[in-house]
Design a protein around this ligand. Structure first.
Ligand SMILES: C[S@@+](CC[C@H](N)C(=O)[O-])C[C@H]1O[C@@H](n2cnc3c(N)ncnc32)[C@H](O)[C@@H]1O
Length: 355
């Protein structure tokens, strides 16, 4: 069943319970006890009793038993199972809910960023130019993308997750190619169109979802994705890379900037450029690729994010944007901590489709 043809209204409690089960289904279970580790003190099974023990349920005073009963009646959860399990309809609903929440978040935050003078100054000083970046992507990396691609003016290119489209516009300007910027945050695309009217025809901004790329086979000469192919943005990396391969022309090229993150040292093998999750997905789809290690470059960007964020705090505050500034500083600190504990690596993958 397709939930877009069967709109379902859920209460906030039902949405919370459904999202919790969706998240817990992805966690590792102890094969002997069937338990999922929530914290050092709390392990639960994915059951009605287990869910009740979660802080989010008790703090929000949610009656999880009646939410689960109602979700089962609406076929969002499977019935007659020992463990709670989402039905296909439930998974589909969660995906739509997540896309809605994420795109609303990006619409609101990135539009606030682009209207802020303090943010413009932050981008100039941290990245070398104000392209309203929302990533760890400076001019050094952008120039590496442009020179690796070496696009022709007749090329058709796809920017996956273009956001406000200022990077898309820069790549278009320096290559002459026609570029389609795709994103699910519609308000960002409205802003991008209004600010690039002179480029009409050479720059197109289109609403779309990475999980459902609606283009014909062999459409694009090149596709790039800057900080967008993360597990929290897409359902399946393999399926997305397979689709990218399908919509690329034979011998088409792909450019991907992405961090590989690991939670524990036992997964350190994933940090090798030929073993990262995206490297595996590219190999699985038969791409040939080379990589450039931008880990040290990213580290210097986070250091600058913290330093420049602190320097511009007053300016952000005077605009009423102190929260944006604090988020930038905290983001820099989180990534720096991860980096300095060898829990991440950042690479540029330049891949070619085999023909
Ligand atoms: C971290 S930002 C990067 C934006 C831009 N590439 C840049 O480097 O400045 C991620 C972007 O991907 C978009 N996005 C996330 N998940 C998406 C999805 N499933 N489909 C389409 N766009 C998505 C967000 O709306 C946001 O604009």
């Amino acid at each position: 069943m397709d939930s877009s043809r069967h709109p379902i209204e859920l209460t906030e409690s039902e949405k919370t319970v459904l999202n919790i089960i969706n998240e817990l289904e992805k966690r590792e279970k102890n094969p002997e006890t069937n338990e999922i580790t929530i914290s050092n003190e709390l392990k639960i099974t994915l059951s009605e009793e287990g869910i009740k023990k979660l802080k989010m349920i008790s703090e929000k005073n949610i009656d999880s038993d009646s939410a689960i009963k109602s979700l089962k009646e609406r076929s969002l959860l499977l019935n007659n199972r020992v463990d709670l399990e989402l039905s296909e309809l439930g998974k589909d609903f969660c995906k739509k809910l997540r896309s809605e929440q994420l795109s609303n978040w990006y619409n609101d935050n990135l539009l606030r960023n682009v209207k802020s003078q303090a943010y413009a100054s932050f981008c100039e000083q941290v990245y070398g130019k104000n392209l309203a970046q929302y990533n760890v992507f400076d001019m050094h990396q952008l120039n590496a993308l442009i020179s690796s691609f070496n696009l022709k003016s007749t090329d058709l290119v796809l920017d996956l997750g273009c956001g406000l489209g200022k990077i898309t516009e820069y790549v278009q300007h320096h290559s002459g190619a026609k570029i389609i910027g795709l994103d699910f945050a519609e308000k960002l695309l409205t802003w991008a169109r209004a600010n690039t009217q002179a480029k009409e025809g050479k720059l197109v901004f289109q609403v779309g979802d990475f999980d459902n790329l609606d283009f014909a086979s062999s459409t694009f000469d090149a596709i790039y994705a800057i900080d967008t192919l993360y597990p929290w943005f897409i359902g399946s990396l393999d399926k997305t890379i397979a689709k990218i391969s399908d919509i690329l022309k034979p011998s088409g090229q792909v450019g991907i900037f992405l961090a590989q993150i690991i939670e524990s040292k036992k997964d350190s093998y994933l940090l090798d450029p030929s073993s990262t999750e995206i490297a595996q997905a590219l190999s699985n789809q038969g791409f040939n690729f080379s990589t450039i290690d931008f880990t040290a470059n990213a580290r210097s960007i986070w250091v600058k994010e913290i330093e420049i964020g602190n320097k511009l705090k007053k300016m952000f505050e005077e605009e009423g944007n102190l929260d944006l500034c604090e988020e930038l500083i905290n983001d820099g600190k989180r990534w720096l901590h991860r980096n300095d504990n060898n829990l991440q690596k950042r690479y540029f993958y330049h891949a070619f489709k085999k023909h």
